[in-house]
Design a binder for this molecule. Structure first.
Ligand code: HQG
Length: 178
């Protein structure tokens, strides 16, 4: 049940806030009370404490409260346009991206593109990339991204509050199959 609620919260805070009559502010925040009310109307009893437990227990720390606790947002993964206010950060030498092998031809041709999300998502650790890849059916593949070289050539990287590396696109020349 927690997973189901977490998935619905991701949907609201990243993609379709209107599904529950919510609106994200330009930085992606929504009043905590409105989110609790939305989750209660969908799942029955659901309190602010339940939301706090869900946020604290999220394996990937997907959500964050603001300092006052009065607002909540997703740390990354948006398709809705929001400004998370992240500062550009110097990436490690290599980052990883896990995906489905069936996308490989297209990725090696076009590079990594963000499609509906605001950024391409990259992982610091290969294990994390493997987990991301396993969300998809079929054979998986891990790509190595020459992120330090990209940064040296002017590509901008951000690190979300929960440690996901974000960038606009990765051209094929910076990709290698692990
Ligand atoms: C692929 C989850 C064809 C890309 C995860 C990926 C992550 C291309 C898919 C976060 C392509 C997009 C994001 C190209 C990229 N041709 N396919 N040129 N370029 N792709 O879900 O990175 O659990 O938007 O490889 O753990 O899989 O939701 O991105 O397979 O951190 O918190 O297009 O979502 O986090 O899929 O996952 P996604 P992603 P949560």
């Amino acid at each position: 049940m927690t997973k189901q609620i977490s998935k619905f919260l991701s949907l609201l805070l990243r993609h379709q806030p209107e599904r529950a009559g919510l609106t994200l502010d330009p930085q992606g925040w929504v009043p905590t009370g409105a989110v609790v009310a939305a989750l209660r109307s969908r799942f029955g009893t659901f309190s602010r404490e339940d939301l706090e437990r869900l946020v604290a227990g999220s394996d990937k720390q997907r959500f964050a409260f603001d300092e006052s606790g009065e607002r909540i947002r997703a740390n990354q993964g948006h398709s809705v346009s929001v400004d998370l206010g992240l500062d550009a950060a110097a990436p490690p030498t290599i980052l990883f991206h896990g995906t489905s092998r069936r996308f490989l031809g297209s990725i090696l041709e076009q590079g990594l593109i963000k499609s509906r999300r605001q950024y391409v998502h990259l992982s610091h650790h290969v294990e994390t990339a493997e987990k991301v890849a396993r969300r998809r059916a079929g054979e998986t593949v891990i790509l190595e991204i020459a992120s330090r070289r990209m940064a040296a050539e002017g590509y901008v990287f951000f690190r979300s509050a929960n440690g996901v590396w974000l960038t606009d696109s990765v051209p094929p020349c910076f990709l290698a199959i692990l």
